[in-house]
Ligand binder design. Structure first.
Ligand SMILES: [Zn+2]
Length: 500
């Protein structure tokens, strides 16, 4: 398909105001599905986690998963929503082969949570408050695999396979109100919002929150309107965007694509669109009008969900510290500079640094290990640093030995290498590799005197006050001591001996 024409991003923002709206689906990590006892696990053999209820055999009756309701309420509370005293399930009627029931059990006019808000901080430090319209419970559909085509899409496929393992997995769909005023930051805000939702549900442990597995997916609505116009423009909905980078790129692309059409007097077709990360563009999906009629009606097989005030308060009291508050607290406690802290956050190393500090290391030392040496090793081995086989406790133990003067920095790196190589705990590695700072100055002084005697010109310079000449001797001494001494101590002793 020919690539569509785009207006430059700057021109689009010059002429139009961007309005976005985000729908995020969160798959809950309950043990069983939303309305039956089938296991809710990822990666099973196709069609093994199914029963008459989730494939909707005639006469089967659903029952609501209490834990899924609890998680949904928790998400609502975390997003500052009101919780409905009565939430009702509704049937959303449509046909698709991944939906054995011919309707999706969802919520319509009585969602479990509504009217919330969340503050989203951008890279620049600027904060946008995003208003939440609603968060409702529903079930996921099965998964279709289209075989034989070049693209994996249904077009051109020879046949399709359906796996109902995912059918009936509990979802919470979080819908924002239209978001105005983000200007050229709209794509960044969209991605930051999805990141924040992902962090929250992860911190609450109500979802595995893995975007690459589809645990968190985003539909991004984008519309443009001429500046100063009250009426909203026609929107498009880019479906199932499943990485943060894709969310940002898809929104930016739609702004430029719609900008070109509108600037040239065209009209936007209201439709769903698909994002192609590999080719960096969206393509047309199906037309979608506001009048789409799913014939919603109350689900007659399920009683309304009526959480008691006590239960809601119990759930509220059990919410963990929210990620944004935790970050603010840790940055303050650790006293990191803005860039240092952002480096830790962006590398997703907050947990590691926090645990290392809890195990007794100074915050700066903990930060340096994780974002420095360990990140370097992981990078060289093509791993993510979180997957290295060293624990925060071990890092803290090694750091404590440095602080006590028992290990030099170089030796500490050896110990880390030993731990990573599976040689055991730091103490065992130190023992096995014979890594121990020589604390008896006798041997050290002997080595220094010997090095000074063999370099009389250097000795002369030091005596004349050119202390930087000591560097030439430090190397020789470190070598003689096989690196098992502290360089600062060596330098100190060289100056002392030279002055005798
Ligand atoms: Zn089932």
């Amino acid at each position: 398909m020919a690539k569509e024409q785009l207006l430059s991003y700057e021109d689009a923002l010059d002429k139009f105001e961007v309005v976005i709206g985000l729908e995020v689906h969160v798959e809950l990590n309950t043990k069983s599905k939303m309305f039956c006892g089938c296991a809710n696990v990822f990666g099973s053999e196709p069609n093994t986690n199914v029963c008459p209820i989730c494939i909707a055999l005639p006469g089967s009756l659903p029952a609501v998963n209490r834990k899924a309701v609890e998680s949904s309420i928790a998400i609502g509370l975390a997003l500052d929503c009101q919780i409905a005293p009565t939430g009702r399930f509704a049937r959303k009627n449509y046909f698709y082969p991944d939906l054995a029931k011919n309707f999706q059990t969802s919520q319509y006019d009585e969602p479990i949570a509504f009217e919330g808000k969340i503050d989203i901080e951008l890279e620049s430090g600027e904060v946008h408050t995003v208003l939440i319209e609603r968060a409702h419970m529903e079930e996921d559909a099965g998964k279709l695999t289209h075989v034989g085509g070049a693209t994996g899409r249904i077009q051109g496929a020879e046949y399709s396979l359906v796996d109902y393992n995912r059918a009936g997995v509990p979802l919470v769909e979080i819908v924002t109100k239209p978001i105005f005023g983000a200007g050229d930051k709209a794509p960044e805000l969209a991605a930051a919002y999805v990141r924040a939702i992902r962090e929250i549900v992860k911190a609450m442990d109500v979802s595995d929150a893995k975007m690459e597995r589809g645990n968190v997916r985003c539909d991004a609505n984008v519309s443009l309107r001429p500046k100063g116009q009250e009426k909203l423009g026609t929107r498009t909905e880019t479906k199932n965007v499943n990485s943060l980078r894709s969310v940002e790129n898809a929104v930016r692309y739609e702004i430029q694509r719609q900008g070109y059409i509108l600037a040239n007097g065209g009209t936007i077709t209201q439709e769903t669109r698909h994002w192609h990360e590999d080719r960096g563009h969206t393509s047309s999906g199906r037309p979608k009008s506001d009048a789409d009629d799913y014939r919603y009606f109350p689900e007659p097989d399920l009683v309304p969900v009526q959480p008691s005030k006590e239960w809601i308060e119990e759930i509220r009291a059990s919410l963990p510290e929210m990620p944004s508050l935790r970050r603010r607290r840790l940055q303050e406690e650790w006293g990191f500079a803005e860039l240092e802290f952002r480096d830790v956050v962006n590398s997703d190393l907050l947990d590691q640094v926090e645990d290392t500090v809890k195990a007794g290391a100074a915050p700066q030392a903990a930060r340096k290990w994780w974002t420095g040496e360990l990140a370097r090793i992981a990078n060289a081995e093509n791993l993510v640093v979180q997957d290295l086989s060293i624990t925060p406790l071990q890092v803290a133990q090694i750091q404590k030995l440095i602080d006590a003067g028992d290990l030099t920095d170089r030796m500490a790196r050896d110990v880390v290498a030993g731990v990573l190589a599976g040689e055991g705990e730091p103490a065992q590695v130190i023992e096995k590799r014979g890594l121990k700072v020589v604390k008896d100055d006798g041997a050290l002084i002997e080595a220094i005197d010997k090095a000074l005697a063999s370099q009389p010109d250097v000795l002369e310079k030091i005596r004349e006050g050119k202390v930087q000449a000591a560097g030439a001797v430090i190397g020789a001494v470190m070598q003689a001591m096989r690196g098992q001494v502290d360089a600062a101590r060596v330098r100190e002793l060289i100056l002392e001996r030279a002055s005798k």
